[in-house]
Ligand binder design. Structure first.
Ligand SMILES: C[S@@+](CC[C@H](N)C(=O)[O-])C[C@H]1O[C@@H](n2cnc3c(N)ncnc32)[C@H](O)[C@@H]1O
Length: 261
């Protein structure tokens, strides 16, 4: 596999290991096992984060009529992927996936198996340095003059404060009114210093800059937007009909969905 550095752990593959996938290398397993040595949080958080993405996509397709999705930091395909959830409700949904891990492109076919009525596309890009909203792959698939749901699910905690803020503001500014921001972010609110250190060292080997943030630091990403009920909450509490007695600290991810007025 050309261009894939298997000697350093990468967030996409660590996450795949935590979700029980099979697309990781020894370095990723080692980093993931370091996270798991602290308890179940890493695995529970990954699972609940993914489940939040499914619920948010379903709500936006069903209740808000969204038919266009831009998924930044897609991850290695794990069924169901975002387009499958959206197209189950609305087969004409159009989806653009973006990730900077070259391994994700190897599996891109699993991201392209959508409905004939809809469209799915994969684009390799680094959201820290590339303005994907101006990319031809996006313009070919999405009509940016109409509402789009942009997801940054478990992405911003791999970016510095400046990179994260710039990405959110630049993206939101380019979207049409009626668009949505779907955000999930691992939080420091529940982590002791050892857990923060382990998160940073497990994820920090590659090019990412891991940064767990507090709820207070995550909330401003929604500035100028209207948060849907129930607001910014721990991921398993976002419109989850299955009553969950999981303690917040086991999930440790904040999640919210907001509309651009
Ligand atoms: C923890 S995974 C989340 C995957 C998926 N969004 C989910 O929540 O199920 C984070 C993903 O973000 C990608 N990523 C991290 N930094 C990125 C960057 N600067 N540009 C594009 N993708 C990035 C990683 O490669 C990885 O696939």
């Amino acid at each position: 596999m050309d261009g894939i550095d298997t000697t350093h752990a990468h967030s996409a593959r660590i996450y795949d290991y935590l979700l029980g996938g099979k697309d990781w290398f020894a370095a990723d397993k080692k980093a993931a096992e370091r996270l798991l040595s602290l308890g179940p949080t890493a695995r529970v958080g990954a699972r609940e984060n993914r489940a939040f993405m499914h619920r948010a996509t379903r709500v936006l397709a069903r209740e808000f009529g969204i038919r266009q999705f831009l998924d930044l930091g897609t991850g290695i395909p794990t069924e169901p992927n975002l387009h499958q959830v959206a197209q189950e409700t609305a087969p004409d949904s159009r989806v653009v996936y973006v990730d900077n891990d070259p391994l994700v492109v190897e599996y891109a076919s699993a991201l392209m198996n959508g409905t004939p009525e809809g469209a799915t596309t994969y684009m390799e890009a680094d959201v820290r340095t590339e303005d994907v909203l101006t990319a031809p792959e996006v313009a070919d698939t999405l009509d940016l003059s109409r509402p789009v749901a942009v997801s940054m699910v478990a992405l911003l905690h791999f970016l510095t404060d400046d990179q994260a803020t710039t990405l959110v503001r630049r993206t939101v500014d380019s979207l049409a009114p009626g668009s949505f921001l779907v955000l999930a972010h691992s939080s420091s609110d529940f982590a002791d210093p050892e857990a923060v250190e382990t998160f940073n060292s497990a994820y920090g080997e590659g090019t990412a800059t891991p940064a767990l943030r507090s709820r207070q630091e995550i909330d401003p990403y929604f500035d100028g937007l209207e948060l849907l009920d129930p607001g910014l909450v721990v991921a398993h509490r976002w419109r989850n009909e299955e009553l969950s007695d999981l303690p917040d600290e086991q999930v440790s991810v904040y999640a919210g969905v907001a509309r651009k007025p």
